[in-house]
Write a protein that binds this ligand. Structure first.
Ligand code: FAD
Length: 598
């Protein structure tokens, strides 16, 4: 076995997106010796790609907004599958986290009287998303990164963590490798915070980038933590569909928030045909009423284009299936006829450039072609709502990797605020936990050796399976059989194929050596991709109803009985996934009262 570098910290944060940076800042401010490890360059995380904004009830545009309405919107959007305590903490603390970001130097767009401007977004009752044009994530990361660097936090860039280490009872650190050299690193740490983001690369069409291979979910699972709500995978209604090389790239909901409308190939504004009863009272039912909302938001019902993402994605899917789609298999999103050219370029500069450069489409003159794209996973690592602690002592998870806040469907903008609120809480709890341990915990040498041997195995085999081919097969399987609309038959077929892929992944081989070797990197990521794909599929099979982002063709309705439990997946003693239906606690009366408020 090759040697490894050894580093000691109180807290190691895996991931440098919004959640990881905010966790690391808090841990360092608590006095913990803190390091951040990230798979790519610092600043190159999903968070930097975020476009629309951060949801927080600042009430700058709509004075009636407050945390209770934000909490209610989040719970309704999540079809009440949310962990109510997380949703409440999130709604209460988001405004302070945004203001804190501003104190640290973030420059948001302004209202005429100089306050942070907020834009409307799907599922939010009021204009609530603090933003910087359509480049909010960039400003957020710039600010957090600057703060983290100023605190002297150590950063290990282009370094991938492959294993959480333990002393048999609790976390003792983690193991990883430098992507460039392939050299191993062991971090001995009292606490580890997972902030590794999503799982998009299980799917063929996704808005997610190459890094999102479900690493944190899988690391937690193999360390003995639990995964929850994995069946709830969000398909964003509007991704690019053409040209094929950019299929899935996100088209921000901000386009619809700023007036964009969805049309089928007959020129019909079809969303009026898909308003669920649940949202009828607050949704405009005529074009005139919908359009009035853009000028007079307070007294009118919202346009149906701003219904929650699951509703809009299913509607687009139905239009395409019914033959009313656009030439390249999407529908049309029109902002050109809705706003003056200069206004579109001012409000949506990234979208303007994205379409011009990637698709040769000028969105100020012609409509975009868009279709659903796998975007986000609501499920993830099960955590304590107050501390972000998992059931493994010393292991924490925050951001997209964690479950609970968003229930069956996330509202746009609620992820960035999630990262700030629960990133901070995870960093705080991890630092406090580390402070409570007298000495550094030592990982077992045998465990390090076994994990390292597993990492190098693909070099030992000749003529084994090709990791790229296996990933492609997995992506096609998830896309075709575990997508927006699911059936028992297809899910069973997917599970069968995943099990076969798991078997074949044990025989994967890679040529060359450990110096920057993408085939080898993917061979290691495959274990994570397959772990999360299996967890999503078995959870989707178990939930026999349609709720939020999980739609079963064979069980098309919501079933109150099924809403009584969360689906939790943990590893059994043979390393196989064990599925448990965990009863959900009754909502306290105080919470029920808020949910009933008009
Ligand atoms: P990320 O920002 O995804 O960061 C994950 C980090 O973990 C990265 O640094 C990565 O390198 C690292 N990592 C992963 N695996 C490993 C490993 N094994 N070892 C070491 N490091 C690892 N949400 C909103 O609320 N508002 C929006 O406007 C919005 N727009 C979006 C637009 C796009 C195009 C996309 C893709 C998403 C958008 N979202 C938005 C969702 C939101 O951006 C993400 O959910 C959120 O940024 C996730 O943040 P995170 O901190 O959990 O993880």
């Amino acid at each position: 076995m090759p040697g490894y570098d050894l580093h000691d910290y109180d807290v190691v944060v895996v991931g440098a997106g919004g959640a990881g940076l905010r966790a690391a800042i808090e841990a360092a401010e608590q006095g913990a010796r803190t390091a951040i490890v990230c798979k790519s360059l610092l600043g190159k995380a999903h968070t930097v790609m975020a476009e629309g904004g951060i949801a927080a009830a600042l009430a700058n545009v709509d004075p009636d907004d407050n945390w209770r309405v934000h909490f209610r919107d989040t719970m309704r959007g999540g079809k009440l599958m949310n962990n109510w305590r997380m949703a409440m903490i999130h709604a209460q603390e988001a405004p302070e986290r945004v203001l804190e970001l501003e104190r640290w130097g973030a420059l948001f767009d302004r209202t005429p009287d100089g306050r942070i401007l907020q834009r409307p977004f799907g599922g939010h009752r009021y204009s609530r998303l603090a933003h910087v044009g359509d480049r909010t994530g960039l400003e957020m990361i710039r600010t957090l990164q600057q703060k983290a660097v100023s605190l002297g936090i150590d950063v290990f860039m282009e370094t991938t963590v492959t294993r959480i280490l333990s002393d048999g009872r609790r976390v003792a650190g983690c193991l990883g490798y430098r992507r460039e050299s392939g050299d191993l690193i062991v971090w001995r740490a009292k606490a580890v915070v997972l902030a590794t983001g999503g799982v998009g690369k299980c799917y063929k069409v996704t808005s997610n980038s190459w890094e999102y291979t479900g690493d944190g979910q899988s690391l937690a699972y193999w360390a003995g933590a639990e995964l929850m709500d994995m069946e709830f995978v969000q398909f964003h209604p509007t991704g690019m569909v053409w040209p094929p090389s950019v299929a899935g790239v996100l088209v921000t909901e901000g386009v619809r928030g700023d007036g964009g409308i969805l049309l089928n190939n007959k020129g019909e504004r079809f969303m009026f045909n898909y308003i669920p009863d649940y949202f009828r009272a607050e949704t405009a039912e005529s074009i005139a009423e919908a359009d009035r909302w853009y000028t007079d938001k307070r007294n009118n019902r919202r346009p149906p284009e701003l219904l929650p993402r699951d509703v809009v994605a299913r509607a687009i899917n139905s239009e395409i299936k019914a033959g009313r789609g656009s030439p390249h298999g999407g529908v049309f999103l029109d902002i050109a006829s809705r706003l003056p050219r200069e206004e579109i370029i001012r409000r949506l500069p990234s979208m303007y450039h994205q379409f011009l450069k990637l698709a040769d489409v000028d969105i100020t003159r012609e409509p975009m072609e868009v279709g659903p794209t796998m975007h986000y996973i609501m499920g993830g690592v099960k955590v304590d709502p107050d501390t972000a602690a998992t059931c493994v002592p010393g292991l924490y998870a925050a951001g997209e990797v964690a479950a609970g806040l968003h229930g069956a469907n996330r509202l746009g903008g609620n992820s960035l605020s999630d990262l700030l609120v629960f990133g901070r809480r995870a960093g705080l709890a991890a630092a406090q936990y580390a402070g409570s341990l007298a000495t550094i915990v030592s990982p077992s040498g045998d465990e390090i050796e076994a994990a390292a041997a597993e990492m190098y195995e693909p070099f030992q085999r000749a003529d084994g399976e090709n990791p790229f081919a296996l990933q492609k097969e997995l992506q096609q399987t998830m896309q075709d059989l575990v997508g927006i609309i699911r059936t028992e038959e297809e899910l069973k077929e997917a599970l069968h194929r995943i099990q076969d892929l798991k078997e074949r992944a044990r025989r994967v081989s890679v040529p060359g050596n450990q110096l920057y070797n993408p085939g080898w990197h993917l061979a290691m990521d495959l274990k994570n991709l397959l772990t999360v794909a299996e967890a999503i599929t078995i959870s989707a099979l178990e939930r026999k109803e349609s709720r939020g982002a999980h739609t079963r063709d064979d069980y098309p309705n919501e079933d109150p009985e099924q809403a009584r439990f969360n689906i939790v997946v943990r590893r059994d003693s043979d390393g196989q996934p064990l599925l448990v239906k965990e009863p959900r606690p009754e909502l306290p009366d105080e919470v029920k009262k808020i949910l009933q408020e008009a």
